[in-house]
Ligand binder design. Structure first.
Ligand SMILES: [Zn+2]
Length: 643
């Protein structure tokens, strides 16, 4: 009887144990299902064979601050997934950045079969620089409050970026001086070279490096070598395809000679040789169509085909002097683009169609809604560092619109998963290039040192000490532009100074020596001559109205240039929402007197797009001014009052 009792107990214990094992099994199943789900999110239609450590990468994708916007998962699902993952203890609770070494921000998990690396608007900055993002980037009409017209806290909130983080510093101007001291300089081609090698190698080489242009201009060495220094650097970097804008501010024959030396391909579907020039046997890529350059290229990445169409800056001969490139005509050429996309889809059967664009982001957003068949527009010109692509719906489905910042500060990494000639999913990261976190590539550094050697002493000449942060970027005046305006007014004995609203130009921190290199990084163009002339109040207003319309026209296709012209010695009121000739009012000189429309004023300026001015190059004016003063201190920052 006792033995039977013991036996029953034994059976019961076995039963409890089996229950326990079953519960464990159910829990394991649950964890496994979650794991598979995360993998699905990360790898849907992609190849797992590319992965090194899938779980590590899946957790990374969830915890990164500037992480992917996955087309398969909306924001609500993402938050739910985060909550589930946190509850199981599967994922670390604190942020990735806090746990890993800083260099880990450059670990981009391979995804899909095609990796596109995108740089744009480096403006010839071969060395690391300081670069402050804008505090003002107004969007008009339906573009108001949407990317790329988000700055500061609003940008952080919109993209879910943690304040006071490395990423917050990369994407905004917030707390700029302290953060710049803490995180150091950005960009630099030697650092970029190391990063690009890593992003390529980790993807098995099935990558394309695309350069959106504004590469050959923006520094003293680019100016003195007519863009040759940048040509060598991009060849060494291994740029596969590029298009252009400021490239066209060298003479046409120089542009063509440079393109010949370029080891990648220069593409532009929207530049044509004028008919009369063709008649005079001007060189063309295709005499029948009149295309000045190859319009697109198709590359095979391990069996996946990528078509890259070029879109040069459509308003080059308006925003910059047409006299350097008299035979070429530009334009957005939307119809030609649609025809070309259709033809490429039909004949080449690519898996992915890319538009490598220098339109500017508002133009790209409009274009993406109207032209179908393009998977992604990798854009530039407006220098917007946008953490996630904008998905634009059109007749053919969805086109992604990206913009990858400027001055070598960012590299866009876009991975596509494709199947049967269709894009199934993507992963995007806009990586900030912090030069302190990346070892400089030895070969690239040696090249940079070599091309800079003849100019080094000149570039490093200390002119004055900056008393405050000197920057340019923003819709309206920047402090470095004010310095240029002050120099123009003092040296030219003028009441008012005008300086173009260029978006390029690096930043100088307070206490830093201002060198000739800094001055040239704000001024090195091929038409730098200054002028001092009399203008009526009416004509000054006309200029402001015209530039303002280029910037704030409701139709993005009519935005034809850069930021607002900088004005020194005069303030005004601006209502960007008004129409042409109605935006500018209350023009007032620094002494408080109103500007009389019929009175003449002495105005100094530089960079005339029409006829060449007679005065000395603007950098000479600024250099003389700084040498005299020893410190760069602004008495006043002329900024318009915005209604
Ligand atoms: Zn540009």
């Amino acid at each position: 009887m006792f033995a039977l009792y013991v036996f029953a107990l034994y059976v019961f214990a076995l039963y409890v144990f089996a229950l326990y094992v079953f519960a464990l099994y159910v829990f394991a199943l649950y964890v496994f299902a979650l794991y598979v789900f995360i993998l699905y999110v990360n790898y849907s239609n992609g190849s797992l064979s590319n992965s090194i450590n899938p779980l590590y990468q899946a957790t990374w994708v969830i915890h990164s601050q500037f992480t992917i916007h996955n087309s398969k998962m909306n924001r609500r699902q993402f938050i739910q997934l985060m909550a589930i993952a946190g509850a199981t203890g599967l994922l670390p609770k604190s942020s990735f950045a806090a746990q890993k070494l800083p260099t880990d921000i450059y670990e981009v998990p391979p995804f899909g079969q095609i990796r596109l690396l995108h740089i744009t608007d480096c403006h010839a900055q071969l060395l690391p620089v300081y670069y402050r993002e804008p505090h003002a980037n107004l969007g008009i009409g339906e573009r108001r409050g949407r990317a790329p017209h988000l700055v500061g806290d609003k940008l952080l909130q919109h993209f879910g970026i943690q304040p006071n983080s490395l990423e917050a510093h990369a994407f905004t101007h917030l707390n700029y001086i302290d953060a710049a001291h803490k995180y150091g300089k950005v960009g630099g081609f030697a650092n970029l070279a190391t990063l690009i090698k890593r992003l390529r190698d980790s993807y098995g080489g099935k990558t394309l490096l695309l350069d959106g242009g504004d590469t050959w201009q923006g520094s003293g060495t680019a100016y003195w070598t007519r863009g040759q220094d940048m040509l060598g650097a991009t060849n060494l970097l291994g740029v596969d395809v590029m298009t252009g804008h400021w490239e066209f501010t060298y003479r046409a024959e120089e542009v063509l000679a440079n393109i010949k030396k370029f080891t990648g391909e220069f593409v532009a579907q929207n530049v044509f040789v004028k008919e009369e020039a063709l008649f005079d046997n001007a060189p063309a890529f295709d005499e029948d169509s009149g295309l000045a350059f190859k319009p697109y290229t198709v590359r095979d990445l391990g069996g996946s085909l990528v078509a890259v169409i070029g879109q040069a800056f459509p308003y080059t001969p308006i925003a910059n002097p047409a006299r350097f490139i008299p035979d070429w005509t530009f334009g957005i050429r939307e119809n030609e683009l649609q025809k070309l996309v259709n033809q490429i889809r039909l004949q080449e059967k690519p898996d992915v169609v890319v538009l490598l664009s220098h339109n500017g982001m508002d133009v790209d957003l409009k274009l993406a809604a109207r032209v179908s068949g393009i998977n992604v527009i990798l854009g530039g010109h407006t220098h917007d560092g946008v953490p996630h692509p904008t998905e634009v719906k059109n007749n053919g489905g969805i086109t992604l619109v990206c913009n990858a910042g400027s001055n070598g500060k960012f590299i866009g990494v876009l991975d596509f998963a494709v199947k049967n000639g269709q894009v199934k999913d993507y992963q995007y990261r806009l990586l900030p290039v912090f030069s302190n976190l990346i070892t400089a590539d030895v070969e690239m550094q040696a090249y940079i040192d070599k091309v800079r050697a003849p100019f080094r002493n000149q570039l490093h000449e200390k002119l004055a000490v900056a008393e405050e942060v000197l920057y340019r970027r923003g819709n309206f005046n920047g402090t470095f532009d004010q310095l240029i305006c002050d120099a123009l007014r003092v040296q030219g004995d003028a009441q008012i100074a005008l300086s173009p609203g260029f978006r390029w130009g690096t930043t100088v921190l307070p206490g830093q020596d201002i060198t000739l290199e800094h001055v040239l990084s704000q001024t090195a163009i091929t038409y730098p001559q200054t002028y001092v002339r009399n203008m009526s109040g009416k004509n000054i207003k006309l200029i402001l109205e015209d530039v303002c319309d280029n910037l704030f026209n409701l139709d993005p296709y009519r935005q034809q240039g850069g930021d607002m012209v900088r004005v020194g010695g005069m303030d005004y009121v601006c209502d960007p929402t008004q129409s042409m000739n109605q935006r500018i009012s209350n023009m007032t000189l620094d002494d408080g007197t109103s500007v009389d429309m019929n009175k003449q004023y002495k105005v100094a300026g530089w960079a005339t797009v029409g006829n060449q001015s007679k005065g000395k190059p603007v950098w000479e004016v600024v250099v003389d001014y700084l040498r005299d003063r020893k410190t760069a201190k602004l008495d006043k920052l002329n900024t318009p009052k915005i209604l």
